[in-house]
Design a binder for this molecule. Structure first.
Ligand code: ZN
Length: 442
């Protein structure tokens, strides 16, 4: 016992000066981390600083304005070589200062030329690399992502002009139950307006939104004033023979009506301008001139194309009167630069169809079929510079994904995602491909 004690005494006594610093170094090492190296890199508008550490650390980060600074506090850490930060600067970074806080903590102040968004994260050791602290300084005024966001509003919605046929003193055709075409067309128009409004990338414009008379040329003018990409004129057919049934779609013809019926209808629908006491003046001469313009041929081609899509969707919910898109000289279609179609939704003169036309549920069904046709058309031929022209992103479902998780991933609403993909429930299957819409609210 005595021997040992004296041995210890002797040891401490002799080695005191030597041993003590060694012990303190061990104690310090147990508490303090050391920054061994700092690496600076720059890409686009991000300055990245990687701190190589000998162990894990606790840190905090904050920003100060006027002048712009970012402050990094690291607990129980020291900088092995102050020379590491002395010359550190770039276009964003004016300089770096360091100081000690609370005796053991390291404070690093980054003086900046610009307002930044600082972000930090730590990396655990992995093959070839030890503990690291990463500090990213993103230049707020020129972050590539922010730039894209800023550019987004330049993209526009596809504008759909919805024209409820007739109105006011021009009631249009009427059915046996006294149903008036002007009321039916407005009801369907408003339903179509409501669902298009919810469709990402499309904006509806109601050409007539009430029971008032509107000249055909004013309808075309309103569509053009609103820079419409498509004009849909809604009507309900009538015929002497009450058995006539089904929907028809018309586009403007270059050389007059493509069928006798179409010619007859064109006269009937165009007659509303005369009913309203307004003549089309020399409109036909003007149109005849424009018809020579190739751009109109293109417009007619687009009208036939979108008409085809809508007709295809209408076939799915009921009968069609004519299997192909008809062409006629309707005045409401005579817009040289706006693809326009006229839709005879059903025969108001047919008692069965009259009842359908009056039913809100069937009106909604019709509106949805029109929207499907329109969206199918624009998913192929969206005008440049519109949201829909970018709408080509696809997402393939893998295990564990849900409507909610995908919506979150792309920063869109579940409603938009379901609408674009025509999903009625929340069920997804692996391998299923979803269209990812762009939001207009971004
Ligand atoms: Zn009509």
């Amino acid at each position: 016992m005595d021997n040992r004690r004296s041995f210890l005494k002797k040891f401490v006594g002799i080695g005191g000066l030597v041993v003590a610093p060694a012990v303190s170094r061990v104690a310090e090492a147990a508490q303090n981390a050391a920054i061994k190296n700092i690496r600076l890199s720059q890409s686009n508008n991000r300055t990245r600083l990687v701190f190589d550490l000998d162990r894990s650390i606790e840190h905090s980060l904050f920003r100060l304005n006027n002048p712009e600074r970012v402050v990094l506090d690291i607990k129980n850490t020291r900088l092995l070589d102050s020379g590491l930060v002395e010359e550190m600067q770039n276009s964003l970074l004016k300089g770096v200062r360091t100081g000690v806080r609370n005796g053991n903590d390291l404070r690093i102040v980054f003086d900046l030329n610009d307002n930044v968004t600082p972000r930090s994260f730590v990396l655990r050791p992995e093959a070839g690399a030890g503990h690291r602290l990463v500090l990213d300084l993103e230049d707020k005024n020129s972050i590539p992502f922010a730039k894209t966001v800023k550019e987004k509003p330049k993209l526009r919605d596809v504008i759909i002009a919805i024209d409820a046929g007739h109105g006011g003193r021009d009631p249009g055709a009427s059915g046996h139950l006294g149903t008036r075409e002007k009321d039916i067309t407005l009801q369907i128009a408003r339903k179509l307006h409501r669902i298009i409004k919810k469709y990402p990338g499309m904006k509806p414009v109601l050409i007539r939104n009430g029971d008032y008379y509107m000249a055909l040329r004013d309808r075309v003018k309103k569509a053009r004033d609103n820079k419409a990409d498509l004009l849909i004129s809604l009507h309900a057919d009538s015929y002497r023979d009450t058995r006539a049934r089904g929907s028809s779609v018309y586009a403007l013809s270059v050389d007059g009506a493509s069928s006798e019926t179409a010619r007859w209808l064109a006269e009937k629908e165009n007659a509303s301008d005369l009913i309203g006491g307004v003549k089309l003046d020399n409109k036909d001469d003007m149109v005849a001139e424009v018809l020579l313009d190739l751009s109109l041929t293109g417009t007619i081609q687009s009208s036939l194309d979108v008409g085809d899509e809508i007709l295809g969707e209408l076939k799915r919910i009921g009968r069609v009167h004519k299997k192909r898109v008809q062409q006629a000289g309707f005045a409401v279609l005579k817009s040289p630069d706006v693809p326009s179609i006229l839709l005879e939704t059903a025969f108001i003169s047919n008692p069965k169809e009259e009842r359908k036309l009056r039913s809100p549920a069937h009106q909604r069904k019709t509106a949805k079929a029109i929207l499907r046709g329109v969206s199918d058309y624009f998913s192929r031929k969206a005008p440049p510079g519109t949201w829909l022209s970018l709408n080509n992103k696809e997402h393939k479902i893998v295990g564990g994904e849900s409507i909610a998780s995908i919506s979150k991933q792309y920063n869109i609403t579940s409603t938009d995602l379901k609408m674009v993909n025509r999903l009625t429930g929340d069920h997804l299957r692996i391998g299923q491909k979803l269209k990812i819409p762009y939001t207009t609210t971004a």
